[in-house]
Design a protein around this ligand. Sequence first.
Ligand code: PMP
Length: 412
Amino acid sequence: MSSNDATSFGTPDEAYAFAAPFRAPRGSPIRELFKYVGRPGMISFAGGYPSKDLFDREGLERALEAAYRSDPIACLQYGDTAGALPLRRSLARLMGARGVDLGPDDIVVTTGSQQGFDLLLRTLIAPGDTALIEEPAYPAAISALRLAGANIVTVRTDRDGIDVDALAAQLYAWPPASRPKLLYTVPTFANPTGSTLPRERREALVRLAQAERIVLVEDDPYGELRFAGTPVPPLLALADGCPGARDWVVYFGSLSKIVAPGLRIGWAIAPAPIARRMIVAKQTSDLCTAPLAQEAARHYLDSGSLAPHLRSVVGAYRSRCDAMLKALAHFAPNDVEFSAPEGGMFVWARLTGGRDAGEVLKRAIERNVMFVPGTAFFVHEPDPSSLRLSFAAPDEAEAFEGARRLASALSF
Ligand code: PMP
């Protein structure tokens, strides 16, 4: 029995009359790979975890201490469901630096941005409602839509993200009876492709969402991890340039990839009618996000520690990504294409010669290197020729060596 197996007294699953989405739920294909990660000498490009060597442990220790010392009761007592006001003020300032003008009352603190998306789905999606999602897509967003019983329709992407012209054509031809209610996208350093939607496409997407009255969900955990190219404003910031568009954008931010996922601090920015309902949904989910974590996050943000920490993380990710791509360019066979991201944590690769990434993974594991086959990121028809490589965890030398091993696994 693995540590995840609960005790069973022999009662079959069917006895419990589970709700439809939970009758045969799919496990996470990425978690299945974890058993290999601990193998001695393994270099993993598989996880979507931030690097454990780069956490600002001293800065966070100081923030936790300061939080508890300055207001132990705020840390120990239940808090406001929408989030602690001091943290919401700090997050409003952080959003100001991202080009979004708002106040603390426009922010709902969530237990990770993952909870934010779940709350949004509870307020908007009834079983059978149509939801759009870019493809390939972040697997937990696909799972959340599946568990909500959504009719999931995928939107085409190219190397720059959503093909907005194709989306517009798709929407103009849509039967009025099943209008999509929302569109989920990670427009900056996407998981899994690493791609970033260019500014013109962002503006067109925002206009389209407003004109078609579709909630545009911008998931932005990676936006500050830019190590090359020119920054592009979030969709939410660009919505201000299109009258009425701000009413159709929901933004999710997170401290997970820029500070630490263990804090479980995310935030949602939604039009007031949606935000009010998400707060009602959150009351039955967890009452409030852990106050100790919120106070610590507030002290961390207010201490000015984030900017220097981000500089060190971004610098490390730049050199890890460069090392990986350099080794792949040098050693990998010609029929493998790689994206060259300007930030974030992921490179997306395609095997143009028709080989199967699942087969490559078996050969890779024999050589002590791992990645995630691209099939995990598709909704209906998986593309067996794609793979996701995360350069966040290995250091620079390991990234080079891992890519060399991967190139060997690719050569058959
Ligand atoms: N969105 C995307 C695109 C992600 O990759 C992740 C984490 N892997 C999340 C959301 C979840 O982040 P959080 O820890 O804030 O719940």
